[in-house]
Ligand binder design. Structure first.
Ligand code: TYC
Length: 112
């Protein structure tokens, strides 16, 4: 049997380049995120929109009032960014709540 000369640099233990090369790009994909948006309309009372933002999006009164005014002036605003499932739940909660109070408020989601 031939006894090959082996130097330290030939050895290939755990932390050598050859073993690391296979692990440099872990294929973990982050789930896509979705923007939840509120749309302006001419009929939903401002106070109702402020209440929606406090109740379903955890905003304090000042934040909620500011975002409501942005929607009122610009036509729409992003009110939060969530996973697909959470975004869908928010949209359903807002749409159900608005419908129950007979307001035409619209809430939609869109992939970020
Ligand atoms: N434009 C409405 C009004 O003047 C207020 C409003 C704000 C409605 C935001 C919807 O998403 C909305 N009463």
């Amino acid at each position: 049997m031939i006894d090959w000369p082996v130097t330290m640099s030939d050895k290939n233990d755990d932390d050598s380049d050859a073993s690391i090369a296979l692990q440099t790009r872990p294929k973990t994909k982050r789930p896509p995120l979705y923007k939840v948006m509120l749309l302006n309309d001419d009929y939903t009372p401002m106070e109702f929109v402020v209440h929606v933002l406090e109740r379903f999006f955890g905003m304090n009164h000042a934040q909620a009032f500011e975002i409501m005014l942005t929607v009122h002036k610009k036509g729409l605003a992003v009110v939060g960014v969530f996973s697909h499932e959470i975004a869908e739940t928010k949209v359903t909660q807002v749409m159900d709540f608005a419908r129950r109070h007979q307001h035409p408020l619209q809430c939609t989601m869109e992939k970020e």
